[in-house]
Design a protein around this ligand. Structure first.
Ligand code: UDP
Length: 236
């Protein structure tokens, strides 16, 4: 039995690199596609936002001398590339999906509207929201908060390579301990950066819970959907 009927799944661009230094690792992409297909078979409606950090980041572009707004636009294009890759991987395994874009660019994807998104979700399509919010100075975390709120998702599932939120970075501090649950206020008070503040605050103000979990272990997405607490739940 699925705990959630409609979710917004956020995948990071960096995770798509797998063991590579850049770009898209087809094995990782296919693993993600399989996991996503598995939850659609439980009848769950799935909206997805993918980052673009495996290809381009506005801030690092600006550090190299690019205009920040153009750099961010390049970053948004990177998320479209990743979205098309996932769309294609889902197609290949018989899982129907659609790419919507926050910036007009037909025929690459259809221009986003809430109505279109809801229609596709209700028709059983995995609906991939690309190009972030369509605006510079935002991130795909903010894009996923926004889309998650708009489509009235039951939760935002933030797939990462770490299995939840810790008191400190577990990759640097071996004494760090994991939270099973944590409130948004505690996230602020402890200065834990699971997402940028804009994205976190949007979720808090609109009461969208976040589940942070390790997406790189096969089968985990299904466990989260079935209500197994393998990560950390952030709530009001
Ligand atoms: N981006 C943007 N607006 C958005 C979403 C993304 O300008 O609404 C750009 C930004 O430059 C960002 C890049 O797209 O660096 C990739 O997005 P992601 O969220 O993966 O970036 P990261 O958080 O890794 O910098």
């Amino acid at each position: 039995m699925a705990k959630y009927k409609r979710v917004l799944l956020k995948l990071s661009g960096e995770s798509l690199m797998g063991e590579q230094q850049y770009g898209i690792d087809s094995q990782r992409l296919n693993d993600y596609a399989e996991q996503i297909k598995e939850i659609t078979e439980l009848g769950v409606q799935v909206g997805i936002v993918i980052g673009g950090g495996n290809i381009f980041r506005g801030l690092s572009g600006a550090a190299k001398g690019f205009d920040r707004v153009k750099g961010d636009q390049m970053g948004m294009m990177a998320t479209v590339i990743n979205s098309l890759a996932l769309n294609s991987a889902l197609d290949a395994i018989g899982c129907k999906s659609r790419v919507l874009t926050a910036i007009r660019m037909e025929p690459i994807g259809e221009f986003y509207s809430k109505q279109k998104a809801i229609d596709y979700l209700n028709d059983g399509y995995v609906t991939i929201f690309s190009a972030g919010t369509g605006n510079p100075y935002f991130t795909t975390d903010t894009g996923s908060s926004l889309r998650g709120i708009e489509i009235e998702a039951d939760a935002m599932l933030k797939g990462t390579r770490v299995d939840g939120i810790y008191t400190a970075d577990p990759e640097k501090d071996p004494s760090a301990t994991k939270f099973e649950n944590i409130t948004f206020d505690e996230i602020y008070n402890r200065n834990l950066r699971i997402m940028d503040l804009t994205a976190t605050t949007m979720c808090k103000e609109n009461d969208l819970n976040i589940v942070v979990f390790d997406m790189d272990t096969k089968g985990n997405l299904k466990k989260v959907i079935e209500g197994e607490n393998i990560g950390t739940v952030v709530h009001n």
